[in-house]
Design a protein around this ligand. Structure first.
Ligand SMILES: NC(=O)c1ccc[n+]([C@@H]2O[C@H](COP(=O)([O-])OP(=O)(O)OC[C@H]3O[C@@H](n4cnc5c(N)ncnc54)[C@H](OP(=O)(O)O)[C@@H]3O)[C@@H](O)[C@H]2O)c1
Length: 293
């Protein structure tokens, strides 16, 4: 791997954990996000002397992608983590069109645009690494989260195709399919009250470690953790209509907390914050279904 890795969406959640993982392994990072870049850079610079740089830009517009590619070119970056993404939750017929289209602009168009700007240079140089953050949501249609699921299916297909095309060039493309992970994502998409919002979540550090391992090894795909692997396996065996209904359950309004959590009032659930969304830290008193996105 080259000395500096570019991480889109590196200011928060999985992207920040990936940036932290690079720094931990002695690689520099360029964190790209629309907000929170200075704070992420400040955190990442603690106790390290590897270069940690930031670029604040809106990747949902072409100018932001072009600015990002230009900065990467100047820095000679050959490792790219295409991770920035958002979710839009709710019945499609009622969701604001601008939100749906902004999701497509960020989750899909910016990845195609940035990849198109940087891949020729990587191929010409004979080495490079791309990591694309898809999701387990790529494996099944996602009622009430349809545009998001489709965007992640697009990324998974795109990454596999690009990988195949680039075989033998020295450039590898790796896809990561995280299951539901403890990040601000669910609060941002106003999903705390859904089944998935209430479900146990993977730790971003675990997802990041597995993703960077896979990137480093040039593997095609990684589904970090038991939940992610279970969802991929389930998606393989269910017929499309059944997996659509099964998957839709995760995005439907959730039930109140189970009896085991009776000490927690419903108010505490309503107040779930970014870090509280996960139930990981609490004792697991009952089996829960595997989850994502
Ligand atoms: N959390 C999960 O359960 C989960 C599961 C599977 C896949 N994923 C995927 O993982 C990726 C990261 O999500 P996360 O869970 O880590 O959520 P997150 O904490 O909300 O991180 C999203 C990142 O994207 C950046 N971003 C959003 N809009 C942007 C824009 N217009 N331009 C530039 N950057 C922008 C955010 O930065 P600012 O808003 O500060 O700009 C932030 O750094 C996403 O692609 C998501 O689909 C998440």
């Amino acid at each position: 791997m080259n000395e500096i890795a570019l991480v889109t969406g590196g200011s928060s959640g999985i992207g920040l954990a990936i940036a932290r993982e690079f720094v931990r392994r002695g690689h520099g990072v360029l964190v790209v996000a629309e907000r929170g870049v200075d704070e992420a850079v400040r955190q990442l610079r603690k106790n390290t002397d590897v270069p940690v740089l930031g670029l604040q830009t809106d990747l949902a517009v072409p100018a932001g992608v072009e600015e990002t590619a230009a900065r990467a070119r100047r820095l000679g970056i050959r490792t790219f983590v295409l991770n920035a993404g958002v979710g839009v939750h709710g019945p499609f017929a009622h969701s604001p069109l601008r939100d749906e289209l902004r999701l497509v602009d960020l989750n899909v168009r910016s990845v195609v645009h940035l990849a198109h700007l940087v891949v020729p240079g990587l191929v010409a140089g004979g080495d490079g690494r791309l990591l694309v953050t898809s999701s387990i949501a790529a494996a099944m249609p996602a009622p009430l989260f349809g545009t998001y699921g489709a965007s992640k299916a697009f990324l998974r297909s795109f990454a596999w195709s690009l990988r195949h095309e680039l075989a033998g060039t020295g450039v590898t493309v790796t896809t990561v399919l995280p299951a539901a992970t403890r990040t601000p994502f669910f609060r941002a998409a106003e999903m705390q009250r859904t089944h998935i919002g209430r479900a146990p979540k993977s730790r971003p550090a675990m997802v990041a470690r597995r993703a960077v391992d896979a990137l480093h090894d040039g593997r095609a795909e990684v589904a970090p953790g038991v939940q992610a692997r279970a969802m991929v396996a389930i998606a393989r065996v269910l017929p499309q209509s059944v997996r659509t209904a099964f998957h839709g359950w995760f995005y439907a309004p959730g039930t109140p907390p189970p009896a085991a959590d009776a000490s927690r009032t419903d108010t505490s659930v309503v107040r779930l914050g970014a870090d509280d969304v996960s139930l990981d830290a609490r004792p697991r008193r009952r089996r829960r279904p595997p989850c994502e996105p």
